[in-house]
Design a binder for this molecule. Structure first.
Ligand SMILES: C[S@@+](CC[C@H](N)C(=O)[O-])C[C@H]1O[C@@H](n2cnc3c(N)ncnc32)[C@H](O)[C@@H]1O
Length: 576
């Protein structure tokens, strides 16, 4: 039996609605079912798009070409006419050919030397957040270098870039146009279209649904690419997504800033298998966490237990999924439950028989290794967020620069944390306002200092390229800021492999989580070479408005024209 569909602005919702309309409206083409109508519309759109593509391509090619040679045009001089005769297509009408020489052969004495390897680096003025690029491998670096351990390098990555989703703007445009027609002309809802499973991209599914990303459709001139369907995403979801694009650093003034907004969200943490059986948990405890500590309540204890709500149980189970070997004392604090109850529940949830004790490191993974090739602020072990600066004029090592953390958490002394919940408290709010003012001033002070920092020159130095001062600097003076990509641990490891091989490294260790890499983007500070004995600069990590930033300061008086040196630290040149 065939089903009839009708061209209607009305949203059909259910297929049965269609039959109710049969008496009122003229039937349009006959189809077997929803899927075949979707297929037919998509086919039409596809054909239209391909036709347009051919035409568009032909137009583009015509735009590139010179006007066709006019058969009546006379080529003026004999030399030119010879060439026209020989090359046929070449239009020399407009060209001035002055000299022509006979072709000759150049015999090379020796093959070309391979060009020296070089580092390209895009100039930037502030840090860019990259995070972790170790999940997919964009390309195999040094693929033509047999001495590069590419197998070792691949271990750093989960998969190749071409295994990730590919965004095809043409396909996207066709799917959107087919959806628009199905919705507007045939009354399909977007989820009905999805349910047929015919279109190659889902319209509504989660973050990747085509309707969510409809604004990325590209700049195609095809008429279909310009007619967007009404987004099916609920307003709240759309709003939530939009808000998430704003910088989550309360003190950052930039919309869509690439340092704070995570455009490529980190994958969620992966569940971890427990390695410790119940008895192992005792070995880490130095002293009981309180009267309810599990080490005081031996098995068989009959103490009355508290009631656990389903929500509390869910939270506990979720924490166990990701951190199954945490001590019951810690979990007691997190879950706000007596420690011995945590211990008992853990034993029930993760029975000892199911726990395989095994070595900490997965044997498939490369063992962790020391990062030898990162330099850092030599005082980083004592790193404390610097206090807000109250001084006038630029920041330097003596008038220590600017500040601290997110304004909502900082009081005027840069010490006491003010909980967000206390914002209604007037003195606290006043402090917050004053603190934000200080932070604003201090940030400006640091940024201005960097802008006004000393003039520099990059040229061949003591080791490859070096950085030179063009005017003198006094001790403590800010010379420049070290900027680059903020990368996570895994990315640091993968980039380290390439750096080690090329023996050129631009990674600056910021803290346990982040490093700054100026291999691909950075400024002139990436060229500062190392000197263990006579460094004339020093690097210092500072908190500026909630971000780690690295100031490069003069350590001694430096004369104009001198090359700058940092002490990279004892680990940098150690071989693995
Ligand atoms: C941050 S970069 C400095 C700029 C580098 N000279 C260049 O040409 O791009 C660090 C790299 O410079 C080289 N380098 C710097 N100081 C050195 C030194 N004292 N001895 C040997 N190599 C040094 C090493 O290759 C090191 O990995």
């Amino acid at each position: 039996m065939s089903t009839y569909y009708y061209a209607s602005k009305r949203r059909l919702g259910q297929l049965s609605d269609v039959e109710d309309l049969a008496a009122e409206r003229q039937p349009t083409p006959v189809h077997e079912n929803h899927a075949s109508l979707v297929r037919s519309v998509y086919q039409t759109v596809w054909n239209e798009f391909c036709e347009w593509c051919k035409q568009d391509f032909a137009n583009s090619m015509n735009d590139l070409g010179t006007p066709p040679v006019d058969a009546n045009t006379r080529v003026k001089d004999a030399e030119d006419s010879d060439i026209v005769g020989e090359l046929g297509q070449l239009n020399l009408q407009e060209r001035e050919l002055t000299t022509l020489t006979d072709p000759h052969t150049i015999i090379l004495e020796a093959p070309f030397e391979p060009p020296p390897s070089y580092d390209s680096c895009n100039p930037v003025s502030n840090n860019h957040f990259t995070g972790d690029d170790a999940s997919h491998m964009p390309f195999l670096p040094l693929a033509d270098d047999p001495s590069f351990d590419w197998k070792g390098y691949c271990v750093n990555y989960k998969y190749f870039a071409w295994q990730t989703k590919f965004f095809d703007s043409n396909l996207h445009a066709m799917v959107v146009e087919a959806a628009r027609r199905l919705h507007e002309q045939h009354g399909f809802s977007y989820s009905q279209i999805d349910d047929t499973g015919v279109l190659p991209l889902s319209l509504t599914a989660g973050e990747d649904g085509v309707l969510r990303t409809v604004r990325y459709q590209g700049s195609s001139d095809w008429a279909g690419a310009k007619s967007h369907p009404v987004p099916a995403v609920p307003v709240q979801a759309e709003f939530k997504e939009l808000v998430s694009q704003f910088c989550n650093s309360a003190s950052c003034m930039m919309g869509f800033c690439d340092q704070h907004v995570n455009w490529f969200p980190m994958p969620p943490p992966r569940p971890v298998s427990p390695r410790m059986q119940s008895s192992d948990l005792f070995s880490d405890i130095i002293s009981p966490c309180g009267d309810d500590c599990f080490i005081l309540r031996v098995p068989g204890n009959t103490a009355i237990e508290t009631e656990w709500t389903p929500n509390e149980i869910d939270t506990f189970n979720m924490i166990l999924d990701y951190s199954p070997d945490s001590s019951p004392c810690d979990l007691a604090t997190i879950c706000k439950k007596p420690c011995f109850e945590i211990f008992k529940r853990r034993r029930r949830t993760l029975p000892d028989d199911n726990i395989k004790r095994r070595p900490a490191e997965n044997s498939l993974k490369r063992p962790p290794r020391l990062k030898h090739t990162m330099f850092n602020d030599l005082n980083s072990a004592q790193f404390k967020p610097n206090a807000p600066c109250h001084h006038k004029g630029p920041c330097n090592l003596i008038a220590r620069g600017a500040v601290v953390a997110i304004p909502n958490y900082v009081d005027v002394d840069g010490q006491a944390a003010i909980a967000l919940g206390q914002k209604q408290d007037v003195p606290a709010v006043r402090n917050v306002v004053r603190a934000s003012k200080l932070i604003e001033n201090a940030t400006r002070s640091f940024v201005e200092s960097v802008k006004q920092a000393t003039a520099l020159e990059v040229k061949p130095g003591s080791w490859g390229v070096g950085l030179f001062l063009l005017e003198s600097a006094d001790p403590g003076e800010l010379i420049t800021e070290y900027v680059g990509e903020l990368v996570y641990e895994l990315t640091t490891e993968s980039r380290d492999d390439v750096s080690m091989h090329r023996q050129r490294n631009y990674l600056f260790n910021l803290n346990a989580t982040f490093a700054l890499d100026s291999e691909f983007i950075g400024n002139e500070s990436r060229y500062i070479n190392h000197s263990e004995d006579t460094p004339n600069c020093r690097a210092q990590v500072m908190m500026v408005n909630g971000d780690h930033r690295i100031g490069i300061y003069a350590q001694t008086h430096i004369e104009a024209g001198a090359e700058l040196f940092l002490n990279y630290g004892p680990e940098f040149f150690k071989a693995t």
